[in-house]
Design a protein. Structure first.
Length: 346
């Protein structure tokens, strides 16, 4: 019987790759027919492809499918694309929601890889594209900077506590101050490295400048947005972007009796969400239009944090529109967008 689609589902952990092979037949039946575990190393990657290839139909694409598991899937992803294999990276939330629809009560590495394989057989998959080197390097640096900022904040809190003691230890205080200064110096080094990358890659530099025209969006935020989305690669609309970031709203409702408070999913890119926090506050403080929107939202439901998140979402969507249209921010953009939305409703 003719095979229409063949998929390799991979459950990735720090040290192991648990693999299941599946195929979709012309009679619309699906079959899982291979299972094995490999080390999450270059040697394991080679053994994986050597095991898969003879089990597949020659002349038909093989799609390797896996979840985005922190950084543990990245080395395998680059290895497969280097060897001209098709790769699809799934959001963990999608796999989790799909798993709930299956009659599988236990969750193991094997059943997880089978779920991923079945998802790949049944769904239309987006093929992962290797990010530009500049995006990859900037993403590494902005994430490193974020870790330094968190560490510095913890040390500043520690320093405050040390100084507030009844009998402060001067040597302890000095050591904390030295560590804080080291982090400040390293943060400056990172910023210089990011600026150097954007100078060398003119396209990236121009895009950052374009996005920075949005109120509240500075150089670092623009660089973070572009690097975390790979220049909005595979993002086809604003709804998809907010979902990728985890700023999409979830309503909890069951029939007519149970209704919980709406909240953002947070099932997305945490680095991008964090990057949008301060820009939203800056836009609310310094831009009259965003200040008015914030006030209106607060008046509507009385929750300032919810209104601030809505501003984050609008800012992010605006950067996407500006990037795609290649036109800088217009002060009357929000007014125009409101009119467009009103026309759609009517």
């Amino acid at each position: 019987m003719k095979i229409l689609k063949q998929v390799v589902g991979i459950d990735v952990s720090q040290s192991e790759l648990v693999v299941s092979i599946g195929r979709f037949k012309e009679n619309l039946s699906q079959e899982l027919y291979g299972h094995k575990a490999f080390e999450n190393t270059q040697k394991g990657f080679k053994e994986l492809t050597e095991w898969v290839t003879p089990k597949m139909v020659t002349g038909l694409d093989i799609n390797y499918v896996m979840e985005a598991t922190g950084v543990y899937h990245e080395a395998l992803t680059y290895y497969l694309t280097d060897n001209e294999q098709l790769v699809s990276i799934l959001k963990p939330s999608k796999v989790s929601n799909y798993h709930k629809t299956l009659e599988v009560k236990t969750i193991t590495d094997k059943t997880s890889s089978q779920t991923i394989a079945m998802f790949g057989l049944q769904k239309e998959l987006e093929i992962w594209k290797r990010p530009k080197r500049a995006y990859r390097e900037v993403r590494q640096l902005t994430r490193e900077r974020g870790q330094l900022i968190d560490e510095r904040t913890a040390l500043k809190n520690q320093l405050h506590a040390e100084r507030s003691e009844a009998f402060p230890n001067k040597k302890s205080i000095n050591r904390v101050e030295v560590r804080i200064k080291l982090l400040v110096d390293q943060e400056q080094e990172i910023m210089e490295e990011i600026k150097e990358i954007t100078k060398q890659d003119k396209s990236l530099g121009d895009s950052i400048k374009l996005i920075s025209s949005v109120p509240g969006i500075g150089f670092l935020t623009a660089a973070t947005i572009l690097s975390e989305t790979n220049g909005f690669d595979l993002i086809t609309n604003k709804k998809q972007l907010t979902s990728y970031t985890g700023l999409d709203v979830i309503d909890k409702q069951s029939g007519t009796s149970v209704k919980g408070k709406a909240r953002i999913s947070k099932k997305g890119n945490k680095y991008l969400r964090k990057a949008m926090h301060l820009p939203a506050l800056a836009a609310i403080r310094h831009d009259e239009r965003f200040k008015a929107i914030f006030a209106r939202l607060v008046q509507k439901h009385g929750i300032k944090m919810k209104a601030a998140v809505a501003i984050q979402r609008r800012l992010l969507e605006m950067t996407y529109t500006i990037y795609k249209t290649n036109k800088p921010y217009e002060k009357d953009y929000l007014d125009k967008q409101t009119k467009v939305d009103s026309q759609k409703v009517s």
